[in-house]
Design a protein. Structure first.
Length: 256
């Protein structure tokens, strides 16, 4: 039987490693009393290139300490984030001593990472199910973390968690889940002005689906997510394990 982390080894045409800018995690300041999203009347202007980010998780026979992975040298852009993520317990390495930072992250993987990072007590009490990911998805869904995502929409339409669970997660859905955690944890949100400034820094803001815009602009304004090298957010792009470690570590630091 394949373990959760053996599932991570699936080959994917989206396995491309990208860097992540090292923007500092902002200090918590105030709670917004109204929605962050304010639409812009003009197309945003792209600013300096930024790097994207992304995630991953493993189980079974794996490396679970912060020891160096042979495929993550000290000079790797996400070396520190990967080490912290393993030590925090929401992601593991492989038994062969690798981390595979460029491997893609599926909806199942990201659900596992988030539930381990933010709801460990709930996860311990959760019942198992047909898939290795069932407890993770069940816990996140109970907290409203899947609200607004493609995965949740498919479940509502079909009555079951569909094959979408094993599809690479998009950056839009990643932002939506992180935003939902901010709400669930009662974390301070950015001001409307800060969200509007964030919108203007995304060269593809007008192409981000309306249902994701509040989540994207909030996470962007807080520095939890950054743009891609071309100045766009790239909401339909997938994410990799190194990037996932980076954004979840940021979110943990912000909420702490």
């Amino acid at each position: 039987m394949a373990t959760a982390w053996q599932m991570d080894g699936m080959l994917s045409p989206w396995s491309v490693e990208v860097g992540e800018s090292r923007a500092p995690v902002p200090q918590k300041s105030r709670r917004l009393q109204r929605p962050c999203f304010i639409p812009l009347s003009r197309k945003p202007v792209s600013t300096a290139a930024e790097q994207p980010e992304q995630a991953g998780t493993q189980g079974g026979s794996s490396q679970t300490t912060g020891a160096a992975f042979r495929d993550v040298p000290a000079a790797h852009w996400a070396s520190a984030a990967i080490k912290a993520a393993v030590e925090q317990g929401f992601v593991n390495g492989y038994a062969d001593g690798t981390f595979r930072p460029a491997d893609p992250v599926t909806n199942a993987h990201f659900n596992a990472m988030l539930s381990r990072a933010f709801y460990p007590a709930d996860l311990k009490a959760a019942k198992t199910g047909a898939g290795w990911w069932t407890p993770n998805v069940t816990v996140n869904d109970a907290h409203g973390i899947l609200d607004g995502t493609d995965l949740k929409q498919a479940e509502l339409a079909e009555g079951v968690w569909s094959a979408e669970i094993n599809a690479p997660i998009s950056r839009c859905d990643m932002a939506q889940m992180m935003y939902n955690i901010l709400l669930d944890k009662g974390a301070p949100l950015p001001s409307a002005a800060e969200c509007q400034a964030a919108q203007s820094r995304m060269g593809d803001w007008s192409r981000i689906p309306a249902r994701y815009q509040e989540a994207v602009s909030t996470c962007y304004a807080l520095g939890l997510l950054n743009g891609q090298k071309d100045g766009t957010f790239g909401g339909s792009s997938s994410m990799n394990r190194a990037q996932g470690c980076t954004v979840i570590s940021r979110l943990l630091d912000y909420i702490a």
